[in-house]
Write a protein that binds this ligand. Structure first.
Ligand code: ATP
Length: 447
């Protein structure tokens, strides 16, 4: 059995503080694998816990299979949770750990057959007689999964279940989780801050920021048509290049986007998306170029839709199968504040001793700002006159990162010709909302 999970304008605030989840609406289909993705503190776990019934809903409705479920106790929701820290009973063998929920559910019944079947499914038959301290991290997590699966729940709620494991094991278990939940056909809600995990697992991904849903869509959609700068920057590696530009649309000349010292000339005849940029004339915008939108090649090699710029090599990152080249093109990157600093440690839920209550509330309210997602302090053209500024903390030098093959010998200080494929151009407005490709809500765009 599998179930539909719906959230309707769900909000959550703790002890009359600000909302940590803000009017969230989601319809999760039976059997769907939905990933809640976002930076630390954006409210993902809180949403999961409200679905599980472990956290009260402050406003709005949770519905299970269409039935109002706000007040349904966790034990009556027929859902299994898998957490980051595996929480196995240390004094029980794997067999007893997996069988424990079954014994609680049906006292007196022998759980042996169900435990064996679950162990076979997870390939852990050999581990059934071991205690948790005799298992590796990956094995412990498999046993924890076994404990969740054995009950045949209608839905799995997983909160960063792989984040304590090393990268190789994580990839391996990721594939196993995907197969297992599909085989079982159970609805799964999976919380992670790891975009690669979200993209590889989710049927759909819900990207959250400051308690607010930014976009809900398939991995292909959130990557290919990000609703705003935050989603564009959060999803994809290497991170999308975000450059500050100004639209120039003279009545008697070609339309360009000025990027400080260089510009992108939009090919004529203008496609519909580029025509719609005309209204931005003179305004500052943010140009988004994923690494696949730019290649190292001379202007003479340009294909239709490609325009030439140049970049000064600032830094070369050797990755084995490819090289990431950081260029200085004379433009200035737009900053997405939540993404510029390293991931903060998990917030503690105990009272902090520093700062007043007011300071703490202010801090939280700040974190929840759902307004503009970018920082644009000075006009973009002005930046070209301020070369050599120190890049913000945590960022490498250069404003444009391009992927290339490792066979090209590139060194710091080389001036390299580049081609930008304007079919892959993203443009966002000052507030970070995507304006090119045009948002779907614009009527009759295809006609
Ligand atoms: N019991 C609580 N009391 C007060 N504030 C809380 C409580 N639980 C969570 N919060 C706050 O709610 C916000 C959202 O927390 P939540 O754990 O849902 O975020 P998250 O996106 O899952 O983060 P992480 O990835 O770090 O786990 C945070 O600002 C957090 O400090």
């Amino acid at each position: 059995m599998t179930r539909a999970i719906s959230l309707h304008h769900v909000s959550k605030s703790y002890a009359r503080g600000p909302r940590v989840v803000e009017r969230l609406s989601l319809d999760i289909r039976p059997g769907e694998f939905l990933v809640l993705l976002g930076p630390s503190g954006c409210g993902k776990s809180t949403v999961l816990r409200m679905i599980a019934g472990l956290e009260e809903v402050s406003e709005g409705e949770v519905r299970l299979d269409g039935e109002y479920a706000n007040d349904l106790p966790p034990s009556e929701r027929n859902m299994a949770m898998v957490f980051q820290n595996f929480a196995l009973y240390p004094s029980m063998t794997s067999r007893d750990n997996i069988g424990f929920p079954l014994r609680i559910e049906t006292p007196g019944a022998d759980p042996r057959a169900r435990v064996d079947a679950t162990a076979r499914m997870l390939g852990i038959q050999d581990l059934l007689d071991r205690f948790p301290n005799q298992l590796s991290g990956g094995e412990r997590q498999r046993v924890a999964m076994g404990r969740a699966i054995a009950r045949h729940p209608s839905a799995f709620l997983m909160d960063e279940p792989l984040s304590n494991l090393d990268a190789k094991l994580r990839n391996h278990l990721r594939a196993e989780i995907s197969k297992l939940t599909r085989d079982l056909g159970a609805t799964t809600v999976y919380v992670t801050h790891d975009q690669a995990e979200a993209m590889s697992l989710g049927d759909r991904v819900a990207v959250m920021r400051g308690g607010v849903l930014q976009q809900l869509g398939t991995p292909r959609t959130v990557y290919g048509l990000p609703a705003n700068v935050f989603v564009a920057a959060f999803i994809g590696t290497p991170r999308i290049n975000l450059l500050r530009g100004i639209v120039r649309a003279p009545l008697d000349g070609a339309m360009t986007i000025s990027l400080g010292k260089q510009f992108l000339r939009l090919p004529e005849p203008l496609c519909l998306d580029h025509q719609l940029l005309r209204v931005q004339q003179g305004r500052e915008v943010i140009v988004g170029l994923r690494s696949e939108a730019v290649r190292l090649a001379r202007a003479s090699e340009a294909r239709p839709g490609e325009v030439a710029i140049t970049g000064l090599v600032e830094h070369v990152e050797f990755q084995g199968h490819e090289v990431l080249v950081h260029f200085d093109t004379g433009s200035r990157p737009a900053l997405v504040p939540e993404l510029e600093s390293p991931r903060p440690s998990r917030p503690t839920r105990r009272r902090r001793r520093d700062g007043t209550v007011l300071d703490r509330l202010r801090g939280r309210a700040g974190a929840l700002r759902a307004g503009p997602v970018v920082v644009l302090d000075r006009p973009a053209d002005d930046e070209a006159d301020h070369p050599g500024q120190t890049p913000p903390e945590g960022r490498l030098p250069g404003d444009l990162v391009v992927r290339t093959t490792p066979d090209i010998d590139l060194r710091h200080g080389m001036q390299i010709p580049l081609l930008v494929d304007l079919a892959h151009l993203f443009v966002f407005d000052r507030n970070g909302e995507r304006i090119c490709p045009a948002p779907e809500r614009l009527p009759d765009l295809d006609e």
